[in-house]
Design a protein around this ligand. Structure first.
Ligand code: AMP
Ligand code: ZN
Length: 142
C-alpha cells in the first residue's frame, strides 16, 4: 500500500472527503484548515503527494509556492487581517500531524488571536566566525 492511499489530503484533492476549497488549479489546492487557528486559516497543498518539504520535487515546490501570494492576499482582503504567518511543519518535532506537504496561511489579528509561536534569540552565542563556518558547511550540502 502506498502512503497516498491513506492520505487525508489526497482524499481532499480527489474530493473523496469534504473540504472548503478557496483555490484550485491543475497542480494545487487551497482549502480552509478545519481547526481555524485564526479566522481564515488556510492550507495550500500540491495535488502531488509528498511527505513534507524534504521530499518536495522542485517543480512541485514551484507550483505550490507561486500560488501563495495570491491566496494570502485574498485571505487578507476578506478578513482584514493585520498580518500573516506562513509556515510549514516537517516531522513530528516541528508539529507535523498530516504527512502530505502543506503550507499554513494563518492571518493575524492581534497578540491574543489564537496563534502563538515561541522564538528565542541565541545571537549572543554565535560569533561571526561561527556563523561563517556554519554557513559554509551547510552550503556544501546544497
Ligand atoms: P500540521 O499539524 O502542520 O501537519 O497541520 C495539519 C493541519 O491539517 C491541522 O491544522 C489540521 O487542523 C488540518 N486538518 C486535518 N484534517 C483536516 C481536514 N479534513 N480538513 C481541513 N483541515 C484538516
Ligand atoms: Zn497525500
Amino acid at each position: 500500500m502506498h502512503s497516498e492511499d491513506n492520505c487525508i489530503f489526497c482524499k481532499i484533492v480527489k474530493s473523496e472527503i469534504p473540504s472548503h476549497k478557496v483555490y484550485e488549479d491543475d497542480e494545487v489546492v487551497a482549502f480552509l484548515d478545519i481547526s481555524q487557528v485564526t479566522n481564515g486559516h488556510t492550507l495550500v497543498i500540491p495535488k502531488h503527494h509528498a511527505r513534507n518539504i524534504y521530499e518536495l520535487p522542485e517543480h512541485v515546490a514551484a507550483d505550490v509556492f507561486q500560488t501563495v501570494p495570491k491566496i494570502a492576499n485574498a485571505i487578507q482582503r476578506e478578513t482584514g487581517a493585520i498580518g500573516m504567518n506562513v509556515l510549514s511543519n516537517a516531522e513530528e518535532i516541528a508539529g507535523q500531524t498530516v504527512y502530505h506537504f502543506h503550507i499554513h496561511l494563518i492571518p493575524r489579528f492581534g497578540h491574543d488571536d489564537g496563534f502563538g509561536a515561541k522564538w528565542e534569540t541565541h545571537m549572543d552565542e554565535y560569533s561571526q566566525e561561527t556563523l561563517k563556518q556554519l554557513a559554509s558547511q551547510i552550503k556544501q550540502h546544497v
